[in-house]
Write a protein that binds this ligand. Structure first.
Ligand code: NAD
Length: 432
């Protein structure tokens, strides 16, 4: 089988960049292709805002090393990239807009690849997709090249299972599912992935099995989190601590509850329901449980905002609330679909001034303060939404010094604080 170590990775986001570097680190020549020219410029200068590391080396260091070795380069020119390579990995996603998957990016990248596709090339889709997308949507576009999948070029699908922050380790050590339009495509995909993946690679019987499994993996987490977010409402009324209840419940060998939070964010889990729904509608299958779970998780940021409003000692229009951590999960630089965005919107809709401090977020927002002290200044309360390395949550007296009112509040959605300790420092405390 042909040597597959000249690789173009399409999409250099949270998945594509560390994936491209993972191949480069193992000696492959990798070209990263993206349409975002500012991103390309930054990457070629060795700049990335991602928070990933591998064996003690940060992604920034890895990027610089691979650029210097000439094993990785980024480009917005797909034609040049495709001429040099024989394997193409797609990590361009399907964003959900108003509850509908937007296929435009995937369509455009497929058209781009179709233009440069050569006989014998391998195309591997790693994006999370609506089940059926590879065979019914991507394959026909690739075949506009005049080449046939499975005969003239190989076409495989490998679901991406990494969690941001653990990408390098999980590309290597997470069991991975693959399939292809035919056996040769599945085998070629497996061989390519083996450059990086040491864990088991399972070849499934069809692409649809792998596509569906990925969506259900994400949806199962949405449902599990909704369940504990619902349990949290119950334990709160009972006056007991949900985190303690879960900790003791999990001592049961067959129980593994997740922990509640301010909602569910990021690109993966909240989108899963909307990826499954169009196929379920076509097939006439109701998704009552999944829909209810999505609604519970979607409503949780509002619940958090209401807790804050209830604890205000001034009228909302005169109030300022400080949010600490706005990433979609702890220790992340990703604020896409973060529950924080919904909490902020809910507070602002009541004319409350919101100031946010999260040193890991590179995105620009009018309410994002450069300094912790500016976010805290004259605030009547704090909502903790995500842990971050750059925030020392223990400095309660320091926080208090900047704040307004004789009883500011702390709403802790991350189980960082002990109620008695926070109250002892002069705050009103509320957990989930
Ligand atoms: N982020 C995660 O933790 C994660 C985990 C598992 C799976 N996934 C899946 O992986 C895929 C990628 O996710 P992500 O978080 O890296 O997304 P991302 O938005 O960070 O990255 C996608 C990149 O694709 C680029 N792009 C868009 N159209 C393009 C085109 N036509 N040609 C080249 N580049 C183009 C964008 O500019 C962007 O840089 C999605 O399908 C997602 O569901 C993500």
């Amino acid at each position: 089988m042909e040597n597959r170590n000249q690789i173009a990775v399409f999409g250099l986001g949270f998945v594509g960049l560390p994936l491209a570097l993972s191949f480069a680190m193992r000696g492959a020549k990798v070209v990263g292709v993206d349409i975002d020219t500012r991103l390309i410029q930054e990457l070629n200068q060795g700049i990335t805002h991602h928070l990933e590391a591998y064996q003690g080396e940060s992604i920034q260091e890895i990027l610089k090393t691979q650029l210097a070795f000439g094993r990785f380069e980024a480009t917005a020119d797909p034609t040049a990239a495709m001429e040099k390579c024989n394997s193409f990995i797609v990590t361009v996603g399907i964003p959900v807009v108003d509850g509908n998957g937007y296929m435009g990016h995937l369509e455009s990248v497929s058209k781009t690849i179709a233009k440069g596709l050569k006989k014998g090339d391998l195309v591997v889709i790693r994006s999370t997709v609506v089940p059926g997308t590879v065979r019914s949507f991507i394959q026909p576009i690739l075949e506009e090249s005049g080449l046939k999948a499975g005969e003239d070029f190989f076409l495989g699908y490998a679901s991406e299972r990494i969690a941001e922050g653990k990408a390098f380790d999980e590309f290597e050590n997470m069991p991975t599912l693959v399939s292809g339009v035919n056996e040769a495509s599945a085998k070629a995909t497996e061989k390519l992935l083996k450059i990086v993946t040491k864990a088991e690679i399972v070849i499934a019987s069809s692409i649809e099995v792998v596509e569906t499994s990925k969506v259900l993996e994400n949806l199962s987490r949405d449902i599990n989190i909704a369940m504990v977010n619902e349990f949290a409402k119950f334990t709160k009324k009972m006056g007991i601590d949900i985190f303690e209840v879960i900790k003791v419940a999990n001592t049961h060998k067959r129980v593994n509850l997740l922990y509640p939070g301010p909602g569910v964010g990021g690109y993966c889990i909240p989108n899963a329901f909307y990826y499954l729904k169009p196929r379920a509608d076509e097939l006439g299958v109701g998704l009552e449980l999944s829909a209810a779970a999505r609604a519970i998780n979607k409503g949780t940021p509002n619940r958090v905002a209401e807790m804050a409003v209830k604890n205000l000692q001034v009228a909302p229009k005169d109030a300022k609330i400080c949010i600490l951590g706005m990433a979609m999960k702890d220790y992340s630089s990703d604020d896409r679909m973060s529950p924080a965005l919904d909490v902020i919107e809910a507070l602002q809709s009541q004319d409350i001034e919101v100031a946010v401090y999260d040193p890991a977020i590179p995105a620009q927002h009018p309410y994002l303060a450069d300094r912790l002290e500016d976010a805290l200044q004259n605030a009547h309360g704090i909502i903790v939404l995500a842990k971050q390395d750059g925030i020392d949550f223990d400095k309660l007296e320091y926080f208090r010094g900047f704040m307004s009112g004789d009883k500011p509040f702390i709403i802790d959605t991350r189980n960082i604080y002990c109620k008695e300790l926070v109250e002892g420092k002069g705050f009103v405390f509320e957990g989930l």
